[in-house]
Design a protein around this ligand. Sequence first.
Ligand code: NDP
Length: 253
Amino acid sequence: MASNTSSSPVLTGKVAFVTGGSRGIGAAIVRRLARDGAAVAFSYASSAAPADELVRSIQSEGGRALALKIDSANAAALTAGIDEAARTLGKIDILVNNAGVYLAGTVDDFSLEDFDKTLNVNVRAVFVAAKAASRHMGEGGRIVNIGSTNAERMPWPGGAAYAMSKSALKGLVQGLARDLGPRGITVNNVQPGPVNTDMNPVDGPHAAAMHGLMAVARHGHPDEIASMVAYLASPEAAFVTGASLNIDGGFAA
Ligand code: NDP
């Protein structure tokens, strides 16, 4: 989405931190930001092998990447990991809050443990990471959260906590945009529809039902989400802040 008229990639000299970068949408974002010239640190919960492989593949293309095992639900560990990345890579210009969980269950059977986990990973960690990363950011800093089109439309039972967590991000980016705008830092929310990942595979049992709700009846590719993130992370997007942008094949239309 971002055009690049200079000879060097658009994010050359920038440093990014991506939560949940080992798989799925997060891995596509890591690859895209690295291809756009950024040095990229990313976290993962348990997938050490794919995380290490992603680091190797970026390094083999001449890029700089760093994988850190950090449970986003652990605020102290997340803050320490962001500080470590800033120390190692010099600063942080771009934070992408991508790590998320989808725990399903109707109000009758959804446990409070799952409710708390949903809030801790999908919402609390976003605030914690924004607080930690913004301390390392200067003018032109970028915070991009991966929300969900389920903030706009939750068309089946069992998704109340998830939809609530992604709706919370809409308010969070509006407030954070106000806090950080005077420092030249933008804060935005990307809201994907169904995207083909381990969380929501294209051959999963609910795919056809999802496609039936969409204007463009297919799953998105993780690279399509990474493209919108790359635009919001770029200098071109300096006037976009406090926004929640759907990229969902018309799921919420
Ligand atoms: P996946 O389940 O495929 O990947 C999740 C990633 O997040 C993995 O890298 C995983 O690490 C990491 N992660 C999960 N929990 C934690 C944690 N507690 N701490 C640190 N890292 C964690 O998910 P997707 O790529 O599909 O989803 C990415 C984001 O996009 C999520 O926020 C999701 O809610 C959102 N989204 C997804 C949609 C979809 O259809 N796929 C649609 C709309 C929004 P590890 O590999 O170590 O487990």
